[in-house]
Design a protein around this ligand. Structure first.
Ligand code: SF4
Length: 359
């Protein structure tokens, strides 16, 4: 069952400065004031009421939680203690920077009931981090992850491919470096140009070019494939569409798409279909594709893109796509007039690095 998350936006609180791409107020559509203890309790109660008294998770988004004063961290977490003890709140998550997380900070979070921490890593390349004015180095990430793991805290890492100076190769190396740290999950946010940021200025003067949507999908397909093979889930790809974000004039350029993840998943399925289909059909008879029920939409592609492309480019016709619950989300079977083929995204696809995407 999907969990209800009670979000509190503390936009930019604790941030030592603004990273060149960031405007949390525009991205999250919320002002970063600290909620009072009463507001925290009331908000949790409201979410629980509207979700049928379900147990909820609480998340503090959009700032650098461990950079804010310890008393303020306490003030935010203290009102949750009774709710955690009563089993009304099952999880508390915060996001922060790797350079502000040491053993003491991790021990404090653990003692205060925080069980998930997301670190904004963005890149494991120091030149990219410098150009993004992150103010920390790649070497800060591993110690922070270690401190969190020592406390038994679930660790999520966020990457932002497409920052200035990034390339497909650098993004893939960044991913490989964070996978070595064995995070519990990843989030991947291809860089978009948000109005009012220094990055928007670079875009305006022509010194920065964001990834196109096609380039970002191509790159993220490779990142997703590597993460799948490493067994690390990517829980989100692409910014969450919000009313504020989709309002004209907020995102000036870059690969924003409300269903970005589905585009990427669809590409992986398309690559496996291409691999399997020519071996089992001459194009004369339509074939049937079997996949896990949850993957039917990805196999078909948005607006039937995969079916149409296979027909247009290769003369191959897919008659039906059917769910088969004995298949994993990575597997597919294609059945044509000349037999059946079974394949797996994990085992049958491999990608080489295309260096053409310099950002
Ligand atoms: S990316 Fe994180 S640290 Fe940088 S300005 Fe935004 S919220 Fe603050």
């Amino acid at each position: 069952m999907k969990k209800t998350i009670v979000p509190f936006f503390i936009s930019h609180r604790g941030c030592p400065h603004r990273c060149i791409f960031c405007d949390q107020q525009k991205i999250a559509g919320a002002v970063g004031t600290f909620p009072s203890p009463a507001e925290i309790r009331d908000t949790v109660a409201r979410y629980r009421h509207s979700s049928g008294s379900r147990v909820v998770d609480v998340a503090f988004y959009g700032g650098s939680f461990t950079s804010i004063a310890r008393e303020d961290q306490q003030r935010l977490l203290f009102p949750l203690q009774d709710l955690i003890a009563a089993g009304e709140v099952s999880s508390v998550r915060v996001s922060t920077r790797p350079d502000t997380l040491d053993a003491a900070a991790a021990a404090f979070l653990h003692a205060a009931g925080v069980d998930v921490v997301e670190l904004g890593v963005q890149s494991m390349d120091d030149s990219v981090l410098r150009q993004a004015e992150r103010g920390h180095a790649a070497a800060d990430v591993a110690p922070a992850v270690r401190c969190l793991k020592n406390e038994g805290i679930t660790v999520g890492l966020q990457l932002m491919p497409g920052l200035p100076g990034d390339t497909m190769a650098i993004s893939l190396v960044s991913l490989a470096s964070v996978l070595e740290l064995r995070p519990d999950f990843l989030r991947i946010y291809p860089t978009v140009v948000v109005a009012g940021t220094p990055l928007a200025q670079s875009y305006a003067d022509g010194s920065y070019r964001p990834l196109s949507l096609g380039e970002a999908v191509e790159l993220c397909k490779r990142l997703l494939h590597c993460a799948h093979r490493a067994g690390v889930p990517i829980v989100r790809m692409g910014l969450q569409p919000t009313v504020d974000l989709e309002r004209g004039g907020v995102i000036l350029a870059g690969p924003f798409h409300p269903a970005f993840r589905q585009l990427v998943e669809g590409e992986l399925c398309f690559d496996l279909l291409k691999k399997l289909l020519p071996r089992c059909t001459d194009g004369a008879e339509p074939v049937t594709v079997f996949c896990a029920p949850s993957k039917i939409a990805d196999v078909v592609g948005q607006k039937r893109a995969n079916i149409r492309r296979l027909h247009r480019d290769r003369g191959l016709r897919i008659g039906r796509v059917r769910g088969d619950s004995s298949l994993t989300p990575f597997e597919m079977i294609v059945a044509g007039s000349d037999g059946t083929r079974r394949g797996s995204i994990l085992e049958d696809l491999s990608y080489t690095i295309k260096e053409k995407y310099h950002v």
